[in-house]
Design a protein around this ligand. Structure first.
Ligand code: HEC
Ligand code: HEC
Length: 345
């Protein structure tokens, strides 16, 4: 009897985690740039999740990835316009939301990073973010029986390395797929727009879609929406990477999913409200990724309201409330201690 129950429980828990992972590729999304994690990666995802939430990755154990990328904000940061790191240092840019990363080929606002697997090395070693280094992280994790167990579960080997840590972090981040908004449901015939949202969608398709292409709501190319330059930051965007004049003030087009949770907006977090964003776009001349100028009409107050009504259909509450993405209970001090004790036996 006990044995049947155990087999049944095992069947269900494997079944459920399989369901969670098997559904990572939404049927209405294009093929990803990075292979999405599969069932065999679930223990790597679990390890990546621990690392993502663990402040032990920073020099003085004060900052974790989640300090700047909070699950409740679609993994963006809403307390500050510019990111806030170790020793209360202010960074140059607004921490972007993290989801649907598997569909991007370059990362950061200026595309400085080409591989998701190496991305995490940047904040870990950035003096204004986590102020540590991969070597320091590895030596710290290696003293922890808790992490040796977790690395063993993920890689079949308890040896802790920088490479494995980065792989696990990227597996967790690639598992962050947002595809359950009202827009997605309407697309699948499961919901319907209000007349105002429908009008907003129409305006969106005419004026915004070329850069914020559905269903990801970005082409992830570099463009300029002609934000006036903030002279205190002098952030030249993409040009800092390519050194080509044509890339001056180009920034990576962000996705428009989950805007209700991920404010403030833009690379420097200058706008807090969507209304301010629409005021900015109204009558604005933009530069497309192909270098063409494009002038948007002056939107009426009603049109702005309609576009915003549509943008709110891109909020994915299931995504921000997904417990599988949140702080792992295993990291609670008592729990982690318990794992430590048991691993000594
Ligand atoms: C101090 C705040 C801070 C911390 C801590 C931090 N980040 Fe970030 N993150 C940022 C900022 C700011 C950017 C944008 C940087 C840029 O564009 O130059 C960013 C960008 C990213 C991106 C690129 C997203 C995109 O769409 O291009 C990823 C992925 C990411 N961070 C993951 C992580 C991981 C993993 C960690 C922990 C190892 C981490 N971050 C820690 C602030 C932070
Ligand atoms: C020519 C390409 C282009 C077009 C067209 C365009 N955008 Fe953008 N959008 C961008 C770029 C580039 C950024 C990032 C700019 C920055 O941070 O410097 C951006 C940023 C945004 C943001 C901020 C998102 C965030 O997470 O910070 C919102 C909201 C937005 N756009 C909405 C719209 C709407 C609504 C329209 C149509 C009225 C539109 N965009 C048309 C290129 C475009």
């Amino acid at each position: 009897m006990k044995k049947t129950l155990f087999v049944l429980l095992l069947f269900f828990s494997v079944g459920f985690s399989f369901l969670h992972i098997a559904s990572l590729q939404p049927t209405h999304f294009p093929a990803p740039q990075y292979a999405l994690p599969t069932l065999s990666d679930s223990s790597k995802i679990a390890l990546g999740r621990l690392l993502f939430y663990d402040a032990a990755l920073s020099r003085d154990s004060s900052i974790s990835c989640s300090s700047c990328h909070s699950p409740y904000n679609a993994f963006a940061h809403t307390d500050h316009d510019l990111s806030h790191g170790i020793d209360d240092q202010i960074g140059l840019r607004n921490a972007p939301a993290l989801f649907n990363l598997a569909w991007q080929s370059v990362f950061m606002w200026d595309g400085a990073i080409h591989h998701i697997e190496v991305q995490a090395a940047a904040p870990i070693s950035h003096p204004k973010e986590m102020g540590s280094s991969i070597a320091e992280m590895v030596s710290r994790l290696s003293t922890s029986p808790f992490y040796r167990n977790e690395f063993y579960a993920a890689f079949g080997d308890s040896l802790i390395s920088g490479e494995k840590s980065l792989l696990a972090l990227s597996a967790f981040q690639l598992s962050l797929v947002s595809s359950q908004s009202k827009y997605d449901k309407v697309l699948q015939g499961l919901d319907a727009y209000t007349p105002m949202e429908a009008k907003g969608f129409e305006l969106f398709q005419q004026h915004c879609r070329s850069c914020h292409l559905d269903p990801l709501f970005s082409t992830y190319a570099f463009a300029s929406n002609q934000l006036p330059v903030d002279t205190s930051l002098m952030d030249m965007g993409r040009m800092a990477i390519t050194e080509a004049k044509k890339d001056s003030l180009l920034f990576k087009i962000p996705s428009l999913r989950n805007l209700s949770y991920s404010y403030p907006y833009m690379h420097d977090g200058r706008f807090v409200k969507l209304r301010q964003v629409l005021d900015h776009y109204s009558g604005r001349s933009l530069q497309s990724p192909e270098g063409q100028k494009r002038i948007l009409p002056s939107f009426t107050s009603n049109e702005k309201t309609e576009i915003i009504a549509f943008l709110l259909c891109l909020d994915d509450l299931e995504f921000v409330q997904n417990k599988a993405h949140q702080f792992p209970k295993k990291l609670l001090p008592g729990r982690r201690e318990a794992t430590r004790m048991s691993s000594k036996n």
